[in-house]
Design a protein around this ligand. Structure first.
Ligand SMILES: Nc1ncnc2c1ncn2[C@@H]1O[C@H](COP(=O)(O)OP(=O)(O)OP(=O)(O)O)[C@@H](O)[C@H]1O
Ligand SMILES: [Mg+2]
Length: 345
């Protein structure tokens, strides 16, 4: 097995189905759009696409669209020539130049503002870009992989994302299933994370008890694989013995059945200490809250939208719009209905 294959843990049918597309996605010159909830492994997949193909000897350059300041986007992406503006004392190469021959990974593409969207569209159409202050365009050979945790179609409908750019990006779409739609992968993921964390903390031979596994299988994991990784990491760090019991895992035993308690998403502290202004942080927190709240609610009501909307005291259609916004599908919460193949994968 090659290295990139080993990084992607999971043997569930829907996971293997997406994984099997990687060599094909990598060979094609077309743009790949990876969608999936937060923590489902979008960046890991983007890296696998890069490292599984001919571009692996060239750079993989991630661009966090949410962290790019509006006024610097062009400079960051395309660079500038000497004297392009006051203070431009030397020529600066942009990320497109850096990634030449390799892959540019546009993470959180849904956060790209309208101006940046039109600039990106132009490069995708022309296969060339012009550094600020330069009169000459430069051709580039860059594979574009983009990721989003919001439903881009919803953003297009809401006029927050350019439709033409959406179609340019969505040539090869990949949808990563949420962890709750592939629960059978939880034990393998968890034991790999235990192994990794145990090595990191110099604690050999830590095992998961069957109670711990049951507890993990019964939880909805709104933060997906990243949340699972974090829970295990903390449990291993605190472990006194060689077995991790259910009580050692910091997740609720049961999904709440009555009123919905305020849920603080895992990783919120990380968001708080990330650099970024008040507005950006606030938007991110509201986003995280909405997703966690909806996940919890749908999980409690087993994917029944009417019941969930009623509990949230929201009109059914407005509730559904919120689900679309976060790319959540009620069927992945239903105990009776297994997720439809095309839906999860
Ligand atoms: N299938 C997998 N096998 C092993 N580890 C995984 C898998 N999927 C995700 N992970 C791990 O989970 C964490 C989150 O993955 P990643 O950063 O790729 O998710 P993401 O979808 O980009 O999240 P976000 O939307 O929040 O940016 C990483 O530490 C990654 O290594
Ligand atoms: Mg990511």
């Amino acid at each position: 097995m090659s290295h990139w294959e080993e990084t992607l843990i999971g043997t569930s049918r829907c996971f293997l189905q997406v994984k099997s597309k990687i060599p094909l996605l990598s060979r094609s010159k077309s743009t790949v759009l990876i969608s999936g909830e937060t923590g489902t492994g979008k960046e890991l997949f983007a890296r696998a696409i890069h490292y599984s193909g001919e571009r692996k000897g060239k750079p993989f350059v991630p661009v966090n669209c949410a962290a790019l300041p509006d006024h610097l986007i062009e400079n960051e992406l395309f660079g500038h020539s000497k004297g392009a503006f006051t203070g431009a004392l030397i020529e600066k190469h942009g990320l497109f130049h850096e990634a030449d021959g390799g892959t540019l990974f546009f993470d959180e593409i849904n956060s790209l503002n309208m101006v940046a969207q039109s600039k990106l569209l132009r490069v995708l159409q022309d296969q060339e870009f012009r550094p600020l202050g330069s009169t000459k365009s430069r051709a580039v050979d860059v594979k574009i992989v983009a990721a989003t945790n919001a439903d881009l179609r919803y953003l297009v409908d809401a006029r927050q994302f350019r439709e033409d750019l959406f179609y340019r990006l969505n040539v090869l779409p990949v949808v990563l299933p949420p962890l709750r739609a592939r629960r059978e992968d939880i034990p393998e993921l968890a034991s790999q994370f235990v192994k990794r964390s145990a090595e990191e903390f110099g604690k050999g031979g830590i095992q998961l008890s069957s109670g711990a596994i049951t507890k993990m299988m019964n939880y909805a994991w709104p933060g997906n694989v990243r949340e699972l990784e974090g829970v295990i990491h903390r449990a291993v760090a605190m472990a006194m013995g060689e077995t991790l019991e259910a009580s050692d895992l910091d997740v609720p035993d049961h999904e709440p059945t009555g009123s919905i308690a305020m849920y603080v998403p895992d990783g919120l502290e990380e968001i708080l200490i990330e650099q970024g202004g008040f507005q950006e942080t606030k938007t991110k927190m509201i986003d995280e809250f909405e997703r966690a709240y909806l996940t919890k609610l749908l999980s409690t009501h087993q994917g029944n939208i009417s019941k969930a909307a009623r509990a949230a005291r929201k009109e059914r259609r407005a509730f559904q719009r919120l689900l679309h916004k976060h790319g959540l599908d009620r069927r992945t919460f239903s105990a009776a209905e297994q997720p439809v193949e095309t839906l999860a994968c």
